[in-house]
Design a protein around this ligand. Structure first.
Ligand code: BGC
Length: 713
């Protein structure tokens, strides 16, 4: 067929016109093939010649913790040539890969990026990821993950942006902008995928893939708003989640995939099922066989079938029997083609050779790693005084690949500098002694010799991520003993924790001079964290999740509901009487959501409410002053509560935030805008809307900070 006979190749037509023109030409078999996503190691020429929908550039189910073959532009182009040149209609496939927190240049895990509380920074990191990944022939990433998680046992907490609905929505939308740009057809853009739709982070007990108990109102008010924000941000694709809600696996849930996503939110891209999720309907016990599973998922609105092949196997018979309609099949194909046109795949199916200058990417990754670090306690050892000798110890002091964190498929291990090497590179003159973990007397000797100790504890990369949940989210075995051993010698200790989740820290941590917390910081993490300790970059991180005092407190999160007695334990000032829900420990966390120190101090003036209305939400301004001796940065956070509602509402909800940077002594006026939809909640009739009436507002520097302001909408 020449291009003159292929109206869908005419770029002057709209995406809709091109999609319809192509769809008209497609046979039923070609339509079924469009719904197929196959593994790169299993794809056949026959599939490519038959209008294949997608190739996933991965070869195992939990790729986040498995080694993967590299993918390259040559490899993808070679396959694409078969699809484009040897298939009847020349439809390119879309290649997908998990580019979760960077590609060759690895950024902090998403939870670490969330500590930046800075959408611009997240957007920049995802932009870099797209530039690098698209040059390797990757058209589509399975990111961002916007699963709210309130349980640090869940291994995938590292892959999202934490426990707050608003922070998750803001950062997720920033990621989509970074990956896709204004023009997703640009050669260096790639499609984003909102996952896992929905409720995956509510896995009971934090056990991966587990069932959830989510009420309709919690689903709508907590788990879904970040996904709706991603639709608004133009996210081209969605992935259904593995878990069931109310007995229905998401891949087969028409309420989620059709009613909400398409009808109410107006999403017109496509939904891909998660790995093997169609087949998993059998394990869930809601389909008797592969045919029933395929029918349920397609009829519910799941368009593309990731790897298990059940659509391809059963759709011919299901269509013949009328269990799946031709119209449903074509609607699914329409959604997939639309995305392929939007991505410019028909104009530019091949990647070719592209040279990417990674030097600025590495610089950015280093800066992000440093800035996302959270300073939880600051004594006199931070920043590390010049001239002081240092004992650099702990299992993560010499870690390289573990700095990547989980879900790093394309990082380059040889490029990663350990913290120890980063220190030596940054300050060759400083006297540093290191002894391996396990060399007990060597460590004692180093501590006795040095003026200060930097002890780097935490988790290996594979202690978090998919299918890597833990029952005991404390420091791994032996590390608390190591901390005690080091503290016993009486030297000032900077404790640096590097982990994939918020860990319950041992009591001994409070005896350290200073505490820094970094979620796995990525390929430049060694250098970035050395920059922090040496005072070259301020640790600007604020906790995107609560740090509990004990495992028994879990789940513990800042936006809990009030109860009849007591009403608000999390936010009570330390030591205040009453309201003990547990008799053996306080109800407050060790470190609160939104908390983090810097090198300066800030004074917040009286907030002035400029507007409070149902139509426009709340606008409030206040004066912020840096009253310390250093230039620095902090995050002004606004929390709201609806004190009287049809259903009880969270005791506080993050509603707006703004990062400010101020020189010593400098002050500025800061305006925070709370969007009206943030004040909406699910009423008894099942609808989400905003009510007129009282609202409580707090402005402060963490979730429990600030004086209550009472206002009315
Ligand atoms: C994960 C997804 C991932 C997919 C493809 C699944 O096991 O749940 O998040 O995108 O694999 O690798």
């Amino acid at each position: 067929m020449s291009n003159a006979e292929r109206p869908w190749m005419n770029p002057d037509l709209s995406v809709e016109e091109r999609t319809e023109a192509l769809l008209r030409e497609m046979t039923r078999e070609e339509c079924i093939s469009q719904l197929l996503q196959v593994r790169v190691d299993q794809v056949t020429s026959e599939q490519l010649q038959g209008a294949l929908g997608s190739v996933i550039l991965a070869a195992s189910a939990t790729a986040g913790n498995d080694a993967q073959e590299e993918s390259s532009a040559e490899q993808v182009d070679a396959l694409q040539r078969v699809a484009v040149e040897e298939s009847r209609l020349g439809i390119p496939f879309i290649s997908g890969r998990d580019v979760i927190h960077g590609h060759h240049t690895v950024f902090p895990v998403p939870l670490g990026q969330a500590a930046s509380w800075d959408p611009d920074l997240v957007e920049q990191g995802c932009r870099v990821a797209a530039v690098e990944a698209s040059a390797d022939g990757i058209h589509w990433t399975f990111s961002p993950m916007v699963d709210i998680c309130r349980d640090p046992r869940w291994g995938r907490i590292m892959e999202g942006y934490g426990e707050s609905v608003h922070l998750m929505a803001e950062l997720g939308a920033a990621a989509v902008r970074g990956y896709q740009t204004e023009d997703p057809s640009a050669p260096d853009a790639m499609a984003a995928c909102a996952k896992h739709f929905a409720g995956y982070g509510a896995a009971e007990g934090g056990r991966d893939y587990n069932s959830t108990e989510i009420t309709r109102s919690t689903l709508q008010d907590v788990y879904l708003p970040p996904f709706e924000a991603l639709v608004k941000a133009g996210c081209l694709t969605f992935m259904s989640s593995f878990n069931e809600i109310d007995g229905i696996s998401s891949a087969a849930n028409p309420f989620l995939l059709d009613e909400l996503l398409r009808k109410r939110w107006g999403f017109d891209g496509f939904v891909v099922t998660d790995w093997d999720a169609v087949r998993e309907l059998l394990a869930h016990g809601i389909a008797a066989d592969g045919a029933e599973a395929a029918a349920k998922c397609l009829n519910a609105g799941a368009d593309m079938n990731m790897v298990d092949g059940l659509y391809a196997e059963h759709l011919p018979a299901l269509l013949a029997e009328g269990i799946v309609s031709e119209a449903s099949l074509r609607e699914a194909v329409r959604r997939i083609l639309r995305v392929k046109f939007r991505l410019g795949l028909f104009e530019r199916p091949y990647t070719g050779k592209r040279v990417v200058d990674r030097a600025p990417h590495k610089q950015l990754a280093r800066n992000v790693a440093a800035r996302c670090c959270v300073m939880l306690k600051r004594g006199r050892s931070l920043p590390l005084p010049e001239e002081e000798s240092l004992a650099l110890l702990g299992p993560l002091a010499t870690a390289t690949q573990d700095l990547f964190g989980s879900w790093t498929l394309d990082g380059i291990p040889g490029e990663v500098l350990s913290l120890l090497d980063a220190f030596r590179e940054a300050e060759p003159e400083r006297k540093i002694l290191h002894a391996d973990w396990g060399d007990s007397s060597g460590m004692d000797h180093a501590v006795a010799w040095a003026n200060r100790v930097l002890l780097v504890l935490g988790e290996s990369a594979s202690r978090s991520g998919e299918a890597h949940s833990v029952g005991d989210p404390t420091l791994p075995p032996g590390q608390t003993e190591l901390l005690e051993q080091v503290l016993r010698l009486g030297k000032p200790v900077i404790l640096l924790v590097i982990a994939g989740r918020p860990l319950v820290l041992p009591e001994a941590a409070q005896r350290c001079d200073s505490i820094l917390y970094s979620f796995h910081p990525g390929s430049e993490g060694g250098r970035g964290l050395a920059d922090v300790v040496l005072g070259r970059v301020e640790p600007e991180g604020r906790l995107p999740v609560t740090l509990p005092r004990s495992v028994g407190q879990i789940p513990l999160y800042y936006d809990h509901k009030p109860t009849g007695r007591p009403t608000d334990e999390y936010h009570r000032p330390e030591g205040s009487p009453g309201g003990m829900r547990l008799i053996d420990q306080p109800g407050s966390p060790l470190y609160r959501f939104g908390y983090g120190l810097g090198y300066s101090r800030y004074e917040l003036g009286e907030p002035r409410v400029l507007e409070a209305s149902i139509e426009n939400g709340i606008r409030v301004e206040l004066q912020v002053k840096n009253v310390g001796e250093h230039a620095g940065s902090t995050v002004i956070q606004a929390y709201t509560r609806i004190p009287v509602a049809e259903r009880s509402q969270p005791v506080r909800q993050l509603s707006a935030f703004q990062r400010v940077r101020l020189a010593a002594g400098e002050e500025m006026r800061c305006t925070l805008q709370i969007q009206p939809e943030i004040l909406a909640y699910t009423h008894l009739d099942g609808e989400r809307r905003v009510d007129a009436g009282p609202v409580h507002l707090w402005i402060g520097l963490h979730a429990s900070d600030g004086k209550r302001i009472e206002l009315s909408l």
